[in-house]
Design a protein around this ligand. Sequence first.
Ligand SMILES: Cc1cc2nc3c(=O)[nH]c(=O)nc-3n(C[C@H](O)[C@H](O)[C@H](O)COP(=O)(O)OP(=O)(O)OC[C@H]3O[C@@H](n4cnc5c(N)ncnc54)[C@H](O)[C@@H]3O)c2cc1C
Length: 301
Amino acid sequence: MKAAEFDYLRAASLAEACEALKIAGDDSERKIIAGGQTLVPLMAMRLARPTLLIDINDIDDLKGISVSSEAVTIRAGTRQRAAERSDVVRDNLPLLAHALPFIGHWQTRNRGTVGGSLACADPSAEIPLVAMTLDAQMVARSADRGERIIPAAAFFEAAMMTTLAEDECLAEVRFPIWSDAIGVGFHEVSSRKSDFAVASAAAQIALDSDGVCRRIALAVGGVAPTPTRLGQIEAALLGSRLDDKLVSETTAGIGAMIDPDDDLHGTAGYRKRVAGILAGRAICDARDNARVGAQGRGNAA
Ligand SMILES: Cc1cc2nc3c(=O)[nH]c(=O)nc-3n(C[C@H](O)[C@H](O)[C@H](O)COP(=O)(O)OP(=O)(O)OC[C@H]3O[C@@H](n4cnc5c(N)ncnc54)[C@H](O)[C@@H]3O)c2cc1C
C-alpha cells in the first residue's frame, strides 16, 4: 500500500519546524518525520495520514551530544547509532550505552533518532525505559510558547502517547549524571534478537565504600503502557548490601505491582514473572560493577 497524499516541508531550522507545526484550526494533521523508522511504515499502511510532513533531518541544531558536570544532553535528531558510538555516552551514561544495542538492527539505529524513539513512546522501547530510570528531562519547543521542560515521569502518558502538544517539537533530552561512582544493569527478553522487548529491566546503583546501597534507580519496560519506575523496590533495597537473597526475595514482589496485558509475544503471567527476574539480574549486575567502582575509591583513599 502507498501513503495517502501529503505535503512535505524540509525545515532548515528548529524555528521553521515549530512554525510549521502550529495548529491550523482545520482538519490538517502536521507531523514531524525524523528517522522515519516508525512513521513511514504507519503511513504506508495508512494508519497515519499526515497532511503535512515536516522533515527535521537538515536541522543542525537538532544533532549532537554534549556533556556538563550535571547532565548529558542529546539533541532529538541524533541518530541512535551515533549515541551508541559516542564516548560521552559510554563514559557518562553507561546505562544508555548498555541499552542502545538492543534496539532493532544497526540498520534501523543508523536512521532512527533518540528523539523519535522518545516521541513514539513504545512501551517496550529501550530509550524511554532508560529515560524513566534516570529521571531524564525532555525539552520541547513550540513557536508560541518557547521552551518547556518535561520530566520523564510526566512525559510518557500511555502506549505510544506522550504529553508533547501537537505544536511542540522535541528538541533535546537531558540525562542527569550521578556524582557517585555507579554500576548499571540492563536485561531484556524478546522473541528474536532485535525484536521489541517482551519485558525489560534497567538499574543504576551507587554503593558507599562499605558496599551499602546509597542510591538506586530501577524501572521495567514492556509490562505496562509506559515504562514503570519501581519506587517501592528501590526503597526496600536502599541502605542494604544488596545480597542475592534479599534482591531475589524483593524482586519476586514485582509481579504483584504490575498489570501487563496478554499479547502474541507473551501472557500477562509470563510478563509478571519475567519482569521480576530481569529486574533482579539488572540489580545484581549493577551492584557488581558498582562494587568495582567503590573498591577503586577505597584504594584511592
Ligand atoms: C525493524 C525495526 C525494528 C525496531 N526495533 C526496535 C526495538 O527493538 N526497540 C526500540 O526501541 N525501537 C525499535 N524500532 C524503532 C526505531 O528504532 C525508532 O526508535 C523509532 O522508529 C522512532 O524513531 P524515528 O527517528 O525513526 O522516528 P519517526 O519514525 O520519524 O517518527 C516517529 C514518531 O515520532 C514523532 N517524532 C519524531 N521526532 C520527533 C521530534 N523531535 N519531536 C516531536 N515528535 C517527533 C513523529 O512525528 C512520529 O509520530 C524498530 C524499528 C524497526 C523499523
